[in-house]
Design a protein around this ligand. Structure first.
Ligand code: C2E
Ligand code: CA
Ligand code: CA
Length: 493
């Protein structure tokens, strides 16, 4: 199995072609070819996420390989599309508007997650039926998974706005017909549109795919432009560099203290990831987190930080040095993956770190986005004896009823509670007081983040919120500096 994968990897490197490859084995996934294709597709996505096999800026093709039946489905569809579309374009002879749409179903993995592979397949079938039923001059091919290429030959010359309007129309009619069958998911089509220049379909497909990816990010259909192409190249280059940094583990964590404002004691620390460019300059989360969340590799970064924190705590414990409870951020992406809790437990067990020394932070917005995935993750972590904090509480619209479904050890109030005019502050502090009361009743520690000024500490203490984290106390620091800071606090007491 390894040798065939290795072989393919070599072939890819030699030919300077980049593919994300998913491989499945008939012994493992049973009898039907459909099952094998689904499994291979799933693996291909995984490969794409982790760049397991290979990745480069010039990604031209994404291929699903099912070696056991020896044919390459995606390549087949891709080639067939190019062949047929080229013929149609030649026949049309440059009349009207010819444009290419690259479409996929946004969050299709959530449809599979909630309704199973068969539910997902039904939705794809419905989309194909819908495309077939459209009375326009339209040719389409499903390339792989939920990705479709659609050639549109319109008799009239259309402006970009008209093309986008058409996409929106297709989308609205289809979604209206399907949404009620999939109440757990908010269905949406992502559509990238491009004009086809000189009948060059290979270039047009690349461009439509670039536009589709942006459509996914921006949640609005997108027309390709040269600016978008340049931006795409820039972001691919950045992604490549950040993945390199991750592969080489040039990441570490800083520690930011969490303080008890009444006693002055340090009650814990938050581990915040920092990366290093090859030149040694630091790279901050606002640059690498969005990139790693988009391609899914954040899962690996989080696990790396967990390993580093565990190694660090275990070293200190072995040397008899003081330690504090350390909070670690878990990305929203873990709600969509299946083995996070198990992997965390594996790492913590290896380093024999007491579970009470760790706290896992999950941001509030993920509880709004995907309740079932996050419920599963929290339950698994809780069952294994790990504690959970809700981060950025109050930044969005998560309600108090979250406490019905989840058990939190800590609530981290978002910095927005500290910002506003005096009238707003009166309202906000009333809410903080309420959260502190709930926290007391449910045995949940309430801590406020982003405390920068002395007067903010006074306001918080007044409403019973005694725990805080923020620049007023300290910025995140390298590990050594953090313990120095802790020592100084102890000495000054
Ligand atoms: P966060 O989890 O809300 O972390 C707090 C962020 O606020 C940190 O930014 C911290 O430096 C900053 N901060 C702390 N005190 C103050 C203050 O008084 N005022 C202001 N304005 N900011 C303050 P940082 O380190 O740049 O991290 C940004 C975000 O990146 C984090 O927000 C977290 O969402 C994410 N992040 C950081 N490390 C990791 C990680 O290892 N894994 C994951 N998944 N996310 C991480
Ligand atoms: Ca956090
Ligand atoms: Ca936060």
């Amino acid at each position: 199995m390894i040798s065939r994968t290795e072989c393919l990897k070599k072939e890819l490197e030699e030919n300077d072609v980049v593919m994300s490859v998913g491989v499945c084995w008939s012994e493992k996934c049973g009898d039907t070819i459909n099952k094998m294709i689904s499994e291979a597709e799933e693996k291909m996505y995984e490969a794409k996420r982790l760049y397991y096999i290979s990745e480069s800026v010039n990604m031209k093709t994404e291929i699903v390989n099912s070696f056991d039946n020896g044919r390459n489905r995606t390549m087949l569809h891709h080639e067939r599309f190019i062949k047929t579309a080229t013929k149609l374009l030649e026949l049309n002879g440059g009349r009207g508007s010819c444009y290419l749409l690259s479409m996929d179903i946004s969050e299709f993995k959530m449809v599979n997650y909630h309704y199973g592979i068969s539910g997902g397949n039904e939705l794809l079938k419905a989309f194909e039926d819908y495309l077939t039923s459209l009375p326009l001059q339209l040719y389409y091919e499903r390339i792989f998974a939920d990705c479709f290429l659609i050639l549109h030959i319109d008799r009239k010359v259309r402006s970009d706005e008209e093309k986008l309007e058409r996409c929106k129309y297709y989308e609205d009619v289809f979604i209206q017909s399907q949404q009620k069958k999939y109440p757990a998911c908010k269905l949406r089509l992502c559509c990238g549109v491009t004009h086809i220049k000189d009948n060059n379909l290979v270039e047009a497909i690349d461009n439509a795919n670039i536009a589709r990816r942006e459509a996914k990010r921006e949640k609005i259909n997108v027309i390709f432009s040269n600016d978008k192409y340049n931006e795409h190249i820039r972001s691919k280059q950045l992604e490549k560099e950040i993945l390199e940094i991750l592969k080489e583990e040039r990441f570490t964590f800083f520690l930011q203290p969490q303080n008890d404002m009444n006693t002055g004691e340090i009650i814990g620390a938050e581990a915040l990831a920092r990366g290093y460019w090859p030149c040694g300059k630091m790279i901050y989360p606002d640059v690498f987190i969005p990139v790693l969340e988009e391609n899914g590799a954040i899962v690996e970064l989080d696990l790396l930080i967990i390993r580093q924190v565990c190694e660090h705590l275990s070293d200190r414990l072995k040397q008899g040095l003081p330690v504090v409870k350390t909070s670690i951020n878990l990305s929203r992406i873990h709600a969509y993956t299946h083995n996070t809790a198990e992997r965390i437990h594996g790492i913590v067990s290896t380093y024999k770190v007491p579970k009470e020394l760790l706290l896992f932070e999950l941001t509030e917005s993920v509880f709004i986005e995907d309740i079932s995935g996050i419920q599963r993750l929290c339950k698994e972590l809780n069952n294994l004896g790990y504690k959970i904090a809700i981060d950025d509480f109050g930044a969005g619209y998560a309600g108090f009823n979250l406490w019905n479904d989840f058990s939190f050890s800590q609530v981290k109030l978002d910095q927005q509670f500290l910002i506003g005019n005096p009238d707003m502050m009166r309202h906000k502090m009333a809410i903080v007081a309420g959260v502190v009361q709930i926290g007391k009743l449910l045995d949940t520690q309430v801590l406020c983040e982003g405390v920068e000024q002395e007067e903010q500490t006074g306001r918080l203490i007044e409403v019973g919120c005694n725990y805080a984290q923020g620049y007023y106390f300290s910025k995140p620091m390298p590990q050594k500096d953090f313990y120095q800071y802790m020592d100084n606090i102890k000495k000054n007491k």
